[in-house]
Design a protein around this ligand. Structure first.
Ligand code: FAD
Length: 374
Protein backbone atom coordinates (compact mmCIF):
# COMPACT_ATOMS: atom_id res chain seq x y z
CA UNK A 1 0.00 0.00 0.00
CA UNK A 2 1.40 3.37 -0.95
CA UNK A 3 1.03 6.24 1.46
CA UNK A 4 -0.88 8.49 -1.01
CA UNK A 5 -3.18 8.15 -3.97
CA UNK A 6 -1.84 11.41 -5.41
CA UNK A 7 1.34 13.37 -4.98
CA UNK A 8 0.66 16.89 -6.24
CA UNK A 9 3.63 19.06 -7.18
CA UNK A 10 2.54 22.71 -6.98
CA UNK A 11 -0.14 24.35 -4.84
CA UNK A 12 -1.35 26.86 -7.44
CA UNK A 13 -4.96 26.81 -8.61
CA UNK A 14 -4.44 23.65 -10.65
CA UNK A 15 -2.83 21.67 -7.84
CA UNK A 16 -5.12 23.07 -5.13
CA UNK A 17 -8.33 22.42 -7.11
CA UNK A 18 -7.13 18.92 -7.94
CA UNK A 19 -6.36 18.26 -4.27
CA UNK A 20 -9.83 19.51 -3.30
CA UNK A 21 -11.56 17.16 -5.70
CA UNK A 22 -9.40 14.18 -4.77
CA UNK A 23 -10.02 14.80 -1.07
CA UNK A 24 -13.77 14.94 -1.69
CA UNK A 25 -13.56 11.52 -3.28
CA UNK A 26 -11.82 10.21 -0.18
CA UNK A 27 -8.36 9.98 -1.79
CA UNK A 28 -5.16 10.40 0.18
CA UNK A 29 -3.26 13.41 -1.13
CA UNK A 30 0.04 15.16 -0.48
CA UNK A 31 0.71 18.62 -1.95
CA UNK A 32 4.28 19.91 -2.09
CA UNK A 33 5.43 23.35 -3.20
CA UNK A 34 8.91 24.79 -3.46
CA UNK A 35 7.77 28.26 -2.43
CA UNK A 36 7.47 29.18 1.26
CA UNK A 37 3.68 29.52 0.88
CA UNK A 38 0.71 27.85 -0.80
CA UNK A 39 -1.35 29.24 -3.67
CA UNK A 40 1.12 29.65 -6.53
CA UNK A 41 0.67 32.87 -8.41
CA UNK A 42 -2.58 33.91 -6.79
CA UNK A 43 -0.93 34.13 -3.37
CA UNK A 44 -1.37 37.49 -1.61
CA UNK A 45 0.89 39.02 1.02
CA UNK A 46 -0.61 41.31 3.70
CA UNK A 47 1.02 44.74 3.85
CA UNK A 48 -0.52 47.60 5.85
CA UNK A 49 -3.69 45.49 6.14
CA UNK A 50 -3.94 45.29 2.34
CA UNK A 51 -3.82 42.08 0.29
CA UNK A 52 -0.91 42.58 -2.11
CA UNK A 53 -0.98 40.42 -5.24
CA UNK A 54 2.65 39.33 -4.93
CA UNK A 55 2.88 37.67 -8.34
CA UNK A 56 0.88 40.21 -10.31
CA UNK A 57 -2.66 41.58 -10.23
CA UNK A 58 -5.26 38.81 -10.47
CA UNK A 59 -8.87 39.49 -11.39
CA UNK A 60 -11.20 36.52 -11.48
CA UNK A 61 -13.54 36.53 -14.47
CA UNK A 62 -15.48 33.85 -16.28
CA UNK A 63 -18.49 33.07 -18.43
CA UNK A 64 -18.77 29.61 -16.94
CA UNK A 65 -21.59 29.35 -14.41
CA UNK A 66 -20.15 26.00 -13.34
CA UNK A 67 -16.79 27.58 -12.40
CA UNK A 68 -18.43 30.62 -10.81
CA UNK A 69 -20.75 28.45 -8.69
CA UNK A 70 -17.81 26.25 -7.71
CA UNK A 71 -15.59 29.11 -6.46
CA UNK A 72 -18.56 30.80 -4.75
CA UNK A 73 -19.31 27.58 -2.90
CA UNK A 74 -15.89 28.02 -1.28
CA UNK A 75 -15.63 31.78 -0.76
CA UNK A 76 -17.78 34.83 -1.46
CA UNK A 77 -16.63 37.21 -4.20
CA UNK A 78 -16.85 41.02 -4.13
CA UNK A 79 -18.15 43.35 -6.84
CA UNK A 80 -14.75 44.43 -8.23
CA UNK A 81 -14.97 45.27 -11.93
CA UNK A 82 -11.77 45.86 -13.84
CA UNK A 83 -11.81 49.29 -15.49
CA UNK A 84 -8.17 50.12 -16.25
CA UNK A 85 -7.01 53.61 -17.15
CA UNK A 86 -4.23 54.51 -19.59
CA UNK A 87 -1.95 57.41 -18.77
CA UNK A 88 -0.22 58.85 -21.86
CA UNK A 89 2.02 61.73 -20.83
CA UNK A 90 -0.58 62.84 -18.28
CA UNK A 91 -3.60 62.39 -20.56
CA UNK A 92 -6.00 59.82 -19.07
CA UNK A 93 -7.95 57.41 -21.27
CA UNK A 94 -10.44 54.68 -20.41
CA UNK A 95 -9.62 51.13 -21.45
CA UNK A 96 -10.65 48.98 -23.22
CA UNK A 97 -11.07 51.27 -26.23
CA UNK A 98 -14.66 52.48 -25.99
CA UNK A 99 -16.78 55.59 -26.50
CA UNK A 100 -15.24 57.27 -23.43
CA UNK A 101 -11.77 56.69 -24.93
CA UNK A 102 -12.80 58.03 -28.33
CA UNK A 103 -14.39 61.18 -26.94
CA UNK A 104 -11.21 61.90 -24.93
CA UNK A 105 -9.05 61.22 -27.99
CA UNK A 106 -11.19 63.30 -30.38
CA UNK A 107 -13.39 65.79 -28.41
CA UNK A 108 -15.55 66.41 -31.51
CA UNK A 109 -16.62 62.73 -31.41
CA UNK A 110 -19.80 62.16 -29.40
CA UNK A 111 -21.60 59.27 -31.08
CA UNK A 112 -20.73 55.73 -32.20
CA UNK A 113 -21.25 56.72 -35.84
CA UNK A 114 -18.76 59.59 -35.51
CA UNK A 115 -16.25 57.35 -33.71
CA UNK A 116 -16.50 54.60 -36.31
CA UNK A 117 -16.08 57.14 -39.11
CA UNK A 118 -12.93 58.55 -37.48
CA UNK A 119 -11.42 55.10 -36.96
CA UNK A 120 -12.36 53.96 -40.47
CA UNK A 121 -10.76 57.09 -41.97
CA UNK A 122 -7.47 56.42 -40.14
CA UNK A 123 -7.55 52.68 -40.92
CA UNK A 124 -8.05 53.45 -44.62
CA UNK A 125 -5.05 55.80 -44.53
CA UNK A 126 -2.86 53.01 -43.09
CA UNK A 127 -4.12 50.37 -45.53
CA UNK A 128 -3.52 52.73 -48.50
CA UNK A 129 0.08 53.34 -47.43
CA UNK A 130 0.78 49.59 -47.74
CA UNK A 131 -0.09 49.75 -51.46
CA UNK A 132 -1.77 46.35 -51.55
CA UNK A 133 0.72 44.36 -49.49
CA UNK A 134 0.08 42.73 -46.12
CA UNK A 135 1.30 44.34 -42.85
CA UNK A 136 4.89 43.24 -42.26
CA UNK A 137 5.20 44.07 -38.59
CA UNK A 138 3.16 44.87 -35.50
CA UNK A 139 3.20 48.61 -36.19
CA UNK A 140 1.70 48.24 -39.66
CA UNK A 141 -0.80 45.68 -38.38
CA UNK A 142 -2.00 47.86 -35.50
CA UNK A 143 -2.28 50.94 -37.72
CA UNK A 144 -4.51 48.98 -40.09
CA UNK A 145 -6.68 47.80 -37.20
CA UNK A 146 -7.25 51.06 -35.27
CA UNK A 147 -5.49 53.93 -37.04
CA UNK A 148 -2.69 56.30 -36.08
CA UNK A 149 -4.07 58.19 -33.05
CA UNK A 150 -4.97 55.19 -30.91
CA UNK A 151 -1.80 53.42 -32.02
CA UNK A 152 0.43 56.35 -31.08
CA UNK A 153 -1.03 57.12 -27.66
CA UNK A 154 -2.28 53.78 -26.41
CA UNK A 155 -0.43 50.97 -28.17
CA UNK A 156 3.01 51.83 -29.56
CA UNK A 157 5.19 52.67 -26.59
CA UNK A 158 3.29 50.40 -24.18
CA UNK A 159 3.87 47.42 -26.49
CA UNK A 160 7.52 48.39 -26.89
CA UNK A 161 7.95 48.41 -23.12
CA UNK A 162 6.20 45.04 -22.86
CA UNK A 163 8.40 43.36 -25.45
CA UNK A 164 11.59 45.40 -25.11
CA UNK A 165 11.58 45.98 -28.88
CA UNK A 166 10.42 48.56 -31.42
CA UNK A 167 6.93 47.82 -32.82
CA UNK A 168 8.49 47.74 -36.31
CA UNK A 169 10.67 44.82 -35.17
CA UNK A 170 7.80 42.81 -33.70
CA UNK A 171 5.84 40.29 -35.80
CA UNK A 172 2.38 41.32 -37.00
CA UNK A 173 0.72 38.16 -35.64
CA UNK A 174 1.11 39.30 -32.00
CA UNK A 175 -1.87 41.60 -32.56
CA UNK A 176 -4.62 39.73 -34.38
CA UNK A 177 -7.53 41.85 -33.25
CA UNK A 178 -7.89 45.16 -31.44
CA UNK A 179 -11.50 45.23 -30.28
CA UNK A 180 -13.17 48.63 -30.19
CA UNK A 181 -16.43 49.08 -28.32
CA UNK A 182 -18.95 51.54 -29.59
CA UNK A 183 -20.57 51.88 -26.17
CA UNK A 184 -19.72 53.84 -23.02
CA UNK A 185 -18.57 50.75 -21.12
CA UNK A 186 -15.25 50.70 -19.25
CA UNK A 187 -15.57 47.11 -18.00
CA UNK A 188 -12.43 45.43 -19.35
CA UNK A 189 -13.90 41.93 -19.47
CA UNK A 190 -16.94 40.79 -21.42
CA UNK A 191 -17.58 37.89 -19.03
CA UNK A 192 -20.81 37.52 -17.03
CA UNK A 193 -19.01 36.96 -13.72
CA UNK A 194 -16.15 38.92 -12.20
CA UNK A 195 -14.72 39.75 -8.77
CA UNK A 196 -12.10 39.15 -6.12
CA UNK A 197 -12.58 36.68 -3.25
CA UNK A 198 -13.67 38.59 -0.13
CA UNK A 199 -10.65 38.48 2.18
CA UNK A 200 -8.31 37.81 -0.77
CA UNK A 201 -7.20 34.85 -2.84
CA UNK A 202 -5.56 33.13 0.13
CA UNK A 203 -9.09 32.44 1.41
CA UNK A 204 -9.87 30.54 -1.78
CA UNK A 205 -6.65 28.52 -1.54
CA UNK A 206 -7.27 27.82 2.18
CA UNK A 207 -10.75 26.53 1.36
CA UNK A 208 -9.44 24.33 -1.46
CA UNK A 209 -6.65 22.88 0.66
CA UNK A 210 -8.61 22.59 3.90
CA UNK A 211 -7.80 19.19 5.42
CA UNK A 212 -5.16 18.38 2.77
CA UNK A 213 -1.60 17.52 3.82
CA UNK A 214 0.69 20.20 2.37
CA UNK A 215 4.42 20.79 2.66
CA UNK A 216 6.05 24.03 1.50
CA UNK A 217 9.70 24.74 0.65
CA UNK A 218 10.12 21.33 -0.94
CA UNK A 219 11.45 21.27 -4.48
CA UNK A 220 10.24 18.06 -6.11
CA UNK A 221 13.51 17.56 -7.97
CA UNK A 222 15.67 18.06 -4.91
CA UNK A 223 13.59 15.99 -2.52
CA UNK A 224 12.90 12.34 -1.78
CA UNK A 225 9.59 12.78 -3.62
CA UNK A 226 11.47 12.74 -6.93
CA UNK A 227 11.12 8.97 -6.61
CA UNK A 228 7.40 9.56 -6.23
CA UNK A 229 6.36 6.01 -7.13
CA UNK A 230 7.51 4.91 -3.68
CA UNK A 231 4.95 7.22 -2.11
CA UNK A 232 1.97 7.63 -4.43
CA UNK A 233 0.04 5.86 -7.15
CA UNK A 234 -0.21 8.96 -9.30
CA UNK A 235 1.66 12.20 -9.78
CA UNK A 236 0.09 15.54 -10.60
CA UNK A 237 2.89 17.77 -11.86
CA UNK A 238 2.32 21.52 -12.30
CA UNK A 239 5.94 22.68 -12.59
CA UNK A 240 7.66 23.55 -15.89
CA UNK A 241 7.32 20.70 -18.38
CA UNK A 242 10.90 21.03 -19.71
CA UNK A 243 12.31 20.78 -16.19
CA UNK A 244 10.43 17.50 -15.62
CA UNK A 245 12.29 16.00 -18.58
CA UNK A 246 15.65 17.40 -17.46
CA UNK A 247 15.59 19.89 -20.38
CA UNK A 248 16.65 17.04 -22.63
CA UNK A 249 15.14 18.62 -25.76
CA UNK A 250 16.26 22.15 -24.84
CA UNK A 251 14.98 24.94 -22.60
CA UNK A 252 11.70 26.72 -23.14
CA UNK A 253 11.75 30.54 -23.00
CA UNK A 254 9.50 32.67 -20.79
CA UNK A 255 8.58 36.31 -20.37
CA UNK A 256 8.54 37.65 -16.88
CA UNK A 257 7.60 40.76 -14.93
CA UNK A 258 9.52 42.46 -12.14
CA UNK A 259 7.37 44.08 -9.45
CA UNK A 260 8.67 47.03 -7.44
CA UNK A 261 6.35 47.34 -4.48
CA UNK A 262 6.24 50.29 -2.09
CA UNK A 263 4.04 51.80 0.62
CA UNK A 264 2.76 55.38 0.26
CA UNK A 265 1.51 57.36 3.24
CA UNK A 266 -1.72 58.40 1.54
CA UNK A 267 -5.05 56.58 1.49
CA UNK A 268 -5.67 56.93 -2.23
CA UNK A 269 -2.70 57.34 -4.60
CA UNK A 270 -4.14 56.85 -8.06
CA UNK A 271 -7.88 56.29 -7.58
CA UNK A 272 -7.92 53.00 -9.48
CA UNK A 273 -6.48 49.51 -9.13
CA UNK A 274 -4.83 49.48 -12.56
CA UNK A 275 -3.20 52.33 -14.47
CA UNK A 276 -1.29 51.54 -17.66
CA UNK A 277 1.54 53.93 -18.56
CA UNK A 278 1.51 54.02 -22.32
CA UNK A 279 4.50 56.27 -23.07
CA UNK A 280 8.25 55.85 -22.71
CA UNK A 281 8.21 58.68 -20.12
CA UNK A 282 7.87 55.99 -17.44
CA UNK A 283 9.97 52.82 -17.54
CA UNK A 284 7.20 50.68 -16.05
CA UNK A 285 4.13 49.41 -17.92
CA UNK A 286 1.58 49.62 -15.10
CA UNK A 287 1.08 50.71 -11.52
CA UNK A 288 -1.21 48.55 -9.43
CA UNK A 289 -2.80 50.07 -6.32
CA UNK A 290 -3.80 46.89 -4.51
CA UNK A 291 -6.36 48.25 -2.03
CA UNK A 292 -8.81 49.13 -4.83
CA UNK A 293 -9.33 45.42 -5.55
CA UNK A 294 -10.98 44.98 -2.18
CA UNK A 295 -11.79 48.37 -0.67
CA UNK A 296 -14.55 50.58 -1.98
CA UNK A 297 -15.88 54.03 -0.99
CA UNK A 298 -15.10 55.05 2.59
CA UNK A 299 -13.09 51.85 3.20
CA UNK A 300 -10.31 53.29 1.03
CA UNK A 301 -9.96 56.29 3.37
CA UNK A 302 -10.34 54.24 6.56
CA UNK A 303 -6.94 52.68 5.83
CA UNK A 304 -4.42 55.54 5.91
CA UNK A 305 -1.73 53.98 3.71
CA UNK A 306 -1.63 52.34 0.33
CA UNK A 307 0.56 49.76 -1.41
CA UNK A 308 1.66 50.20 -5.02
CA UNK A 309 3.45 47.89 -7.42
CA UNK A 310 5.22 49.16 -10.51
CA UNK A 311 5.44 46.49 -13.21
CA UNK A 312 8.47 46.09 -15.47
CA UNK A 313 8.14 43.63 -18.30
CA UNK A 314 11.43 41.78 -18.63
CA UNK A 315 13.21 39.00 -20.48
CA UNK A 316 13.34 35.85 -18.37
CA UNK A 317 16.67 34.77 -16.90
CA UNK A 318 17.59 31.81 -14.72
CA UNK A 319 16.25 32.26 -11.19
CA UNK A 320 13.38 34.60 -12.16
CA UNK A 321 9.69 33.65 -12.05
CA UNK A 322 8.54 32.08 -15.34
CA UNK A 323 5.27 33.93 -16.06
CA UNK A 324 4.29 33.90 -19.71
CA UNK A 325 5.07 31.24 -22.34
CA UNK A 326 6.70 32.77 -25.42
CA UNK A 327 4.36 32.33 -28.36
CA UNK A 328 6.86 31.91 -31.22
CA UNK A 329 7.75 29.13 -33.63
CA UNK A 330 10.71 27.71 -31.70
CA UNK A 331 8.95 27.59 -28.35
CA UNK A 332 5.63 26.33 -29.71
CA UNK A 333 7.40 23.48 -31.55
CA UNK A 334 9.58 22.60 -28.55
CA UNK A 335 6.62 22.64 -26.15
CA UNK A 336 4.74 20.33 -28.51
CA UNK A 337 7.67 17.87 -28.44
CA UNK A 338 7.63 17.92 -24.63
CA UNK A 339 3.85 17.41 -24.62
CA UNK A 340 4.32 14.35 -26.83
CA UNK A 341 6.88 12.98 -24.36
CA UNK A 342 4.46 13.61 -21.49
CA UNK A 343 1.91 11.26 -23.10
CA UNK A 344 4.30 8.36 -22.43
CA UNK A 345 4.61 9.07 -18.71
CA UNK A 346 2.36 6.57 -17.00
CA UNK A 347 0.25 7.82 -14.11
CA UNK A 348 1.45 11.41 -14.44
CA UNK A 349 -0.91 14.32 -15.09
CA UNK A 350 0.82 17.45 -16.43
CA UNK A 351 -1.32 20.40 -15.42
CA UNK A 352 -1.43 24.15 -15.23
CA UNK A 353 0.35 26.89 -17.13
CA UNK A 354 3.88 25.59 -16.42
CA UNK A 355 3.06 21.92 -16.91
CA UNK A 356 1.38 22.58 -20.26
CA UNK A 357 3.44 25.62 -21.34
CA UNK A 358 0.26 27.53 -22.15
CA UNK A 359 -1.10 30.76 -20.74
CA UNK A 360 -4.37 30.15 -18.94
CA UNK A 361 -6.49 32.51 -16.89
CA UNK A 362 -7.62 31.24 -13.50
CA UNK A 363 -11.14 30.16 -14.50
CA UNK A 364 -10.04 27.88 -17.40
CA UNK A 365 -7.54 26.22 -15.06
CA UNK A 366 -10.35 25.43 -12.61
CA UNK A 367 -12.64 24.34 -15.45
CA UNK A 368 -9.98 21.89 -16.66
CA UNK A 369 -9.55 20.34 -13.23
CA UNK A 370 -13.30 20.05 -12.73
CA UNK A 371 -13.55 18.04 -15.95
CA UNK A 372 -10.74 15.55 -15.18
CA UNK A 373 -11.95 12.02 -14.54
CA UNK A 374 -10.47 11.08 -11.15
P1 FAD B 1 0.94 28.46 -10.56
O1 FAD B 1 0.03 29.37 -9.83
O2 FAD B 1 2.17 29.05 -11.14
O3 FAD B 1 1.36 27.28 -9.56
C1 FAD B 1 2.42 26.40 -9.83
C2 FAD B 1 3.08 26.05 -8.51
O4 FAD B 1 4.01 24.99 -8.72
C3 FAD B 1 3.87 27.21 -7.91
O5 FAD B 1 3.42 27.47 -6.61
C4 FAD B 1 5.31 26.71 -7.92
O6 FAD B 1 6.06 27.15 -6.81
C5 FAD B 1 5.11 25.21 -7.88
N1 FAD B 1 6.27 24.46 -8.41
C6 FAD B 1 6.85 24.61 -9.61
N2 FAD B 1 7.90 23.76 -9.72
C7 FAD B 1 7.96 23.07 -8.56
C8 FAD B 1 8.85 22.07 -8.06
N3 FAD B 1 9.88 21.62 -8.78
N4 FAD B 1 8.64 21.58 -6.82
C9 FAD B 1 7.62 22.04 -6.05
N5 FAD B 1 6.76 23.00 -6.48
C10 FAD B 1 6.92 23.51 -7.71
N6 FAD B 1 -5.59 34.92 -14.50
C11 FAD B 1 -6.81 35.50 -14.40
O7 FAD B 1 -7.83 34.81 -14.52
N7 FAD B 1 -6.91 36.85 -14.17
C12 FAD B 1 -5.82 37.67 -14.01
O8 FAD B 1 -5.97 38.87 -13.80
C13 FAD B 1 -4.52 37.07 -14.12
N8 FAD B 1 -3.41 37.82 -13.98
C14 FAD B 1 -2.18 37.23 -14.09
C15 FAD B 1 -1.03 38.02 -13.96
C16 FAD B 1 0.22 37.44 -14.10
C17 FAD B 1 1.47 38.27 -13.95
C18 FAD B 1 0.33 36.05 -14.38
C19 FAD B 1 1.67 35.39 -14.58
C20 FAD B 1 -0.80 35.26 -14.51
C21 FAD B 1 -2.07 35.84 -14.36
N9 FAD B 1 -3.21 35.06 -14.45
C22 FAD B 1 -4.45 35.65 -14.36
C23 FAD B 1 -3.14 33.59 -14.67
C24 FAD B 1 -3.12 32.80 -13.35
O9 FAD B 1 -2.01 33.18 -12.57
C25 FAD B 1 -3.02 31.31 -13.67
O10 FAD B 1 -4.14 30.89 -14.40
C26 FAD B 1 -2.93 30.41 -12.45
O11 FAD B 1 -2.09 30.92 -11.48
C27 FAD B 1 -2.41 29.07 -12.89
O12 FAD B 1 -2.28 28.20 -11.80
P2 FAD B 1 -1.23 27.03 -11.88
O13 FAD B 1 -1.54 26.13 -10.74
O14 FAD B 1 -1.19 26.45 -13.24
O15 FAD B 1 0.20 27.73 -11.74
Amino acid sequence: MKQYDYLIVGSGLFGATFAYRAKQLGKKVLVIDKRPHLGGNVYCEKMEGINVHKYGAHIFHTNSKKVWDFVNSLVEFNRYTNCPIANYKGELYNLPFNMNTFNRMWPEVHTPIQAQAKIDEQKAEAVASLKGRKPRNLEEQALCLVGKDIFKKLIKEYTEKQWGRDCKDLPAFIIKRLPVRMVFDNNYFNDCYQGIPIGGYNKLIEALLDGVECITEVDFFKSKYKTWKKYADKLVYTGPIDEYFGYKLGKLDWRTVIFKTRVEGTPNYQGNAVINYTSHNEPYTRIIEHKHFEMFGQEVYDSPKTVLSEEYSTEYKEGMEPYYPVNDERNNALAEEYRKLSLHEDNVIFGGRLGQYKYYDMAPIIEQVLSIQL
